[in-house]
Write a protein that binds this ligand. Structure first.
Ligand SMILES: O=C(O)[C@@H](CO)OP(=O)(O)O
Length: 246
């Protein structure tokens, strides 16, 4: 059986993306623009005749809503869904809820970029019980939820999920949509494309634009980097993510 096609989609713009706040595990909703981006993502899937048979999402509203809106627009709202915390955004520790521009001004460019894009430097841990902490959230009952994460920590949870949960669906011939987050998708793309720990700092994922990966029988990409369904819009949106905080 031919292996299915993989499509990754980062959620549409969230209300905290619009306000330039570190978000992580805080469960914010899509902005109006994000709702439109998600629906457009679904139209792009339909135009490309890239219809998912199955969707994987995180446990966070912005990814779940994006999947629902995109699949609705593609007339695939009825497909099976699997959700898992391992596709969640990177936990941003004590930075959750903080403004990116103010953080840059307060701590300087070097520290800001270390926290935001270095592979193995996590932000300080969030204090349990503080305003933007997730302790007591029933969706994380039974897991050892992180209090902060660097990208390396995200790779350590996303890659096993990819291997054990997503690859078997692809190998069963299903086209799989993964609706997730900037940093959980950076972790997955790092693994798929074999990007080095240093080079991954320069990779950013735009909101709401489907990224197609055709795979060989071992689920390795045949086109490194995949193909955005709207490459021009992706280029502009990638630069916008890279420049957040400035
Ligand atoms: O705030 C976050 O959770 C992420 C994604 O929006 O931000 P960044 O791109 O700065 O890692």
């Amino acid at each position: 059986m031919a292996i299915g096609t993989l499509v990754l989609i980062r959620h549409g713009e969230s209300v905290w993306n619009a306000q330039n706040l570190f978000t992580g595990w805080v469960d914010v909703e899509l902005s109006e623009k994000g709702v439109a981006e998600a629906a457009r993502g679904g139209h792009l899937l339909r135009e490309a005749n890239l219809l998912p048979d199955l969707v994987h999402t995180s446990l966070q509203r912005r990814a779940i809503s994006t999947a629902n809106l995109a699949l609705d627009a593609a007339d695939r709202h009825w497909i099976p869904v699997k959700r898992d915390w391992r596709l969640n955004e990177r936990h941003y520790g004590a930075l959750q809820g903080k403004n990116k521009k103010q953080t840059l001004e307060e701590f300087g460019e070097e520290q800001f970029m270390l926290w935001r894009r270095s592979y193995d430097t996590p932000p300080p841990p969030i204090e349990k019980g503080s305003e933007f902490s997730q302790d007591g959230d029933p969706r994380y009952a039974g897991i050892d939820a992180p209090l902060t994460e660097c990208l390396k920590d995200v790779v350590a949870r996303v890659v096993p999920y990819w291997e054990n949960e997503i690859v078997p669906d692809l190998k069963a011939g299903k086209n799989v949509l993964v609706a997730a987050h900037g940093n959980s998708l950076r972790a997955l793309v790092k693994h798929l494309d074999g990007i080095s720990d240093a080079d991954i700092a320069g990779l950013n994922i735009p909101t709401g634009i489907p990224l197609r990966y055709d795979l060989d029988d071992s689920a390795a990409p045949t086109t490194p980097g995949g193909l955005y369904l709207d490459p021009e819009a992706a280029k502009i949106a990638i630069a916008k993510v890279a420049n957040q905080g400035r």
